[in-house]
Design a protein around this ligand. Sequence first.
Ligand code: FES
Length: 125
Amino acid sequence: MPANKVWVRVCSLADLPEDRAVNVHINNQRLVIARCGDQAHIVQGYCTHMLYALKDSAVKDCMITCKLHGSQFDLQDGSVQSWVTPMTEEIRTRKALRTYPTEVRDGVIYVAWNAESAEKVRVRL
Ligand code: FES
């Protein structure tokens, strides 16, 4: 991990619903966080199709489904799994959600964030 990344506590895994994404604000960036079994993933807060908010989107089998037109993304790498037009390899990668590295330790979710120290990062669910 680069020297400017620090691990920041986000919340307990048990704080998250199992079937939908919720907003998480990290230093005023609005992202979404969702469970994937015993792991959790953080991705950008808006769909790459038409920028619809992903908050409250359904989550199943590590896949998040946008509520507006039903595009689906793999939470683990952000890649597009289903799109509003026929899928191509270019769409799969070019329209992928931005992801943020996360870890779960003893039931607590941490995100790797660019900052001098974890104390300088504000996290709010
Ligand atoms: S805005 Fe998400 S699929 Fe269209």
